[in-house]
Ligand binder design. Structure first.
Ligand SMILES: Cc1ncc(COP(=O)(O)O)c(C=O)c1O
Length: 399
């Protein structure tokens, strides 16, 4: 293989090869390099066969060093046998669901999920003859009652978006397995640093790594993790549909994940302190965070998560658009952003983002009022953060 220049060759040839030698990096760089190459050379056909046998690198859509590194990290963080690195959280969710359902199947899903996940069921899977029933997964009797002989998948989130409810994963996994179905859990809000759904009986865990996992609001990425045989099937879908994470996003995400545990523990502590403070505010009608003693699943959350309840909370303000605008303008540390999980505190308005495709009546039926704001808590100083919120509330709603 020719990897440098040769004075005897033409300029047009040498410009293609000079410096290519450096790709064979033998210098053990401290940080993982970014492998943008779409393909990897082999010596001969025996070398190609060896690559196939060893699951080595041939073509980027199938495998890439940065994606493989992310996969190893995800296997560890979620405690799974194997993973797939995906181009987004939605790519991970869609790949897992498409692979595990076929025409005539029934899916039982939690009703308060990320809005676009609901649309995978209603706008894509429904077209291919897969029926979905949406129910409240915190009601275990309802989960049992709504299972059908053809139910292939039960689907929920560790902490639901945006109402921060907490389903009992072990109980739901038992129901799924008793009926020959699998349980898929979206762990985006908690991540494997705080809870491992696979250890609580889930068969597959999906993550939007765009959020807390990367944590720096600068890469879109996702992953599916679980049993090796299930991942193998989803991998087949992934290479056909092309849902793979690109090398740069995989690299950025891994870099962010190195500090995931430090960030998400601090975010959980800040969220619990902010929730307690807002719970005392005369201007906040309701606070949703599992750390609060009056959260309906507080006991279960303490058992399932331990001492860290996650960095996501929601608050309900009076349904007065002008005052909500004033409150949002008054915040200095918390920014409006249609994402979550970054190191800075951000907020979003589900009515105009994740749940904008529902009518007001449909939203109210699942508990989402026009006064609901979802807050993703960052790693700021706790007192600064609380003061930012209490000052802005006073400015907007005080006399
Ligand atoms: C719980 C949850 N799952 C999945 C997604 C989708 O992730 P992505 O934007 O990376 O596709 C989101 C996005 O906000 C989310 O909140």
């Amino acid at each position: 293989m020719f990897d440098s220049f040769d004075e005897k060759l033409d300029f047009e040839t040498n410009i293609l090869n000079a410096g290519a030698y450096f790709r064979q990096s033998a210098s053990h760089p401290e940080a993982l390099p970014i492998h943008m190459s779409t393909a990897h050379n082999v010596e001969d056909l025996d070398g190609l066969q060896k690559r196939y046998d060893e699951r080595g690198f041939c073509y980027n859509r199938n495998r890439n060093p940065n994606r493989s590194a992310l996969i190893e990290l995800m296997n560890y963080v979620e405690g799974g046998e194997d993973s797939l690195g995906c181009s987004s959280g939605m790519a991970a969710i869609a790949s897992a669901l498409i692979t595990n359902s076929k025409a005539g199947d029934h899916i039982l899903s939690d009703q308060t999920l990320y809005g676009e996940t609901i649309e995978i069921f209603t706008d894509i899977l429904a077209k291919y003859g897969v029926e979905t029933t949406f129910i409240d997964f915190t009601d275990i009797a309802a989960v049992k009652a709504n299972i059908k002989p053809n139910t292939s998948v039960l689907y929920t989130e560790t902490v639901s978006n945006p109402l921060i409810s907490v389903p009992n994963l072990q109980a739901i996994a038992d129901i799924a397995h008793g009926n020959g179905a699998i349980l898929i859990v979206d762990n985006t809000f908690m991540t494997g640093a705080l809870v491992k759904p696979l250890q609580l009986g889930a068969d597959l865990v999906v993550n939007s790594l765009t959020k807390f996992a990367n944590g720096h609001s600068d890469a879109v990425c996702g992953a599916v993790t679980g049993k090796a045989d299930l991942i193998k099937k989803i991998y087949h879908t992934q290479i056909l549909v092309g849902t793979q994470a690109d090398p740069f996003s995989a690299w950025l995400t891994m870099r962010g994940m190195r500090t995931l545990e430090l960030r998400i523990k601090k975010q959980s502590e800040n969220a619990a302190a902010l929730a307690a403070a807002l719970d005392q505010s005369p201007y906040v009608a309701k606070v949703y965070h599992p750390s609060l003693k009056d959260h309906p699943q507080h006991e279960l959350a303490a058992k399932q998560f331990g001492q860290y309840f996650g960095g996501m909370l929601s608050i309900e303000l009076p349904e007065d658009r002008e005052k909500m605008n004033k409150f949002m303008r008054g915040l200095k540390l918390c920014h409006y952003a249609m994402t979550l999980g970054g190191y800075r505190t951000t907020m979003s308005y589900p009515v105009m983002s994740s749940h904008s495709d529902m009518t007001r009546e449909e939203r109210l039926a699942i508990g989402i009022s026009d006064g609901l704001l979802r807050i993703s808590v960052g790693i700021e100083g706790t007192n600064d953060l609380i003061k930012d919120f209490t000052d802005a509330l006073e400015a907007a709603y005080g006399k």
